[in-house]
Design a binder for this molecule. Structure first.
Ligand code: SF4
Length: 399
């Protein structure tokens, strides 16, 4: 582990000396672990520290050689249409690039402009989104397309404040659209960029409290050149080099000036607040099949979990559902039938809880008096992931 004096005698590590000056008077301070910044007094300003040593040229050079070609990406001075940036950014929330690519191509193929998307039926948009998860995004996407098309004459705003008015667009997405589609000097800090900057500058404040501090670092290093390329270059770099678990510090172009890389323990950054364990929920889904092999499906209410999606009736796992009592599992059934429980359960992890779901099956010989929805051919591709899992169990058991 390099010592305080080794850093200092090197002379070229200004920001390292800045970090060490955060520990003024602590000779031999251990830099292998993040130290809470508020516990020590900075001797130089954050801005001076950040601007002096981060060389965006090195990131651009790396990006020019290794950056990904993506269907929604143009290279400066060309700019990606705002519709494509917005669509891809909404899809990429909580979802990896490889999963998003076919959905993105499908959407721009079916709806080449934001007004085409605005004019699409709600059901078509939700069905095209099926499988991407986090379905509130699809509802907001459709509402935002209608807002841009009808209220803004089909033209996306260029500035962050204007973009924030779109349903489903938060500060990161607004910054990304502003910078990538319009070349504006916006702050763009996603989880990947957060990781690189937390490591490079040795940010010791735990996330999420460190977000504003990291945003200040980003603003301080953001170059005026190639404004649309800069955040994309950092994202690709984070994805390929400064990875969460095994960053390639050895060949890293930023390595010489990086606090975490130089300390030899980059995986300790970004510092995270201890995770709370996710609560467990129980529920039950009801799969009824008629003589034609069609399944009984409903459209869930617009608001709430899996809102507006096709689904098997279910109980117990959201406040809006009928309650599920394990001792009387079929009390939540949508109609009377010869229900029986499959011996396989479905588990599904949502952002805020983990769900274990029983699956009740029934083969209908007589048609019930249906409260809503109806029997229809079940297309797994039109179902959200949880319901695809339920359908997988039902098919395995050959209802
Ligand atoms: S030196 Fe390591 S931790 Fe620092 S930016 Fe490079 S890959 Fe990331």
């Amino acid at each position: 582990m390099p010592s305080f004096s080794q850093y200092h005698s090197n002379g070229s590590y200004d920001h390292i000396s800045a970090v060490t000056t955060l520990r003024c008077g602590q000779n031999g301070a251990d830099l292998s672990r993040p130290v809470a910044l508020k516990a020590v007094k900075p001797c130089v300003s954050l801005r001076r520290m950040t601007t002096s040593q981060f060389h965006s040229d090195l990131i651009f050079d790396w990006y020019d050689r290794h950056g990904r070609s993506l269907p929604w990406r143009a290279r400066w001075p060309d700019l990606t249409p705002a519709y494509h940036v917005w669509l891809s950014e909404i899809m990429l929330q909580q979802t990896v690039v490889a999963t998003v690519i076919p959905y993105f191509l499908e959407f721009i193929g079916r709806w080449p402009t934001v007004c085409d998307l605005a004019a699409a039926s709600h059901d078509d948009v939700m069905a095209a989104w099926a499988g991407l998860g986090y379905y509130a995004r699809a509802r907001n996407l459709h509402r935002a397309a209608q807002y841009v098309c009808h209220d803004l004459d089909g033209v996306f705003p260029q500035d962050v404040d204007g973009l924030r008015a779109l349903p489903g667009v938060g500060p990161y997405t607004a910054g990304a659209i502003s910078a990538i589609a319009f070349g504006q000097p916006a702050t763009v800090v996603d989880g990947n960029i957060e990781r690189v900057l937390a490591r490079f500058f040795g940010v010791a404040t735990p996330l999420p409290a460190a977000k504003s501090e990291i945003g200040l670092h980003y603003d301080a290093i953001r170059p005026s050149a190639r404004p649309s390329d800069f955040p994309q270059a950092l994202m690709d770099f984070a994805n390929a080099v400064c990875t969460p678990k095994s960053p390639g510090c050895g060949g890293c172009p930023l390595g010489q000036n990086c606090v975490a890389g130089t300390a030899g323990s980059p995986e300790l950054w970004p510092v995270k607040a201890p995770k709370k364990e996710k609560p467990q929920r129980r529920g039950i889904a009801f799969v009824a099949m008629n003589e034609d092999g069609h399944g009984y499906l409903i459209t869930r209410p617009d608001r709430g979990m899996l809102g507006g999606m096709l689904a098997f009736p279910s109980g117990g796992w959201t406040p809006a559902d009928p309650s599920y009592v394990e001792s009387d599992p079929f009390a939540a059934a949508p109609f009377k039938a010869d229900w029986h429980l499959a011996d396989t359960q479905v588990t599904h992890v949502f952002t805020h809880f983990t769900l274990t779901m029983d699956v009740a099956l029934a083969h209908m010989r007589q048609m019930p008096d249906l409260p809503e929805g109806g029997f229809q051919k079940v297309r797994a591709a039109s179902l959200p992931t949880l319901m695809r899992k339920v359908w997988g169990v039902a098919r395995q058991k050959r209802v």
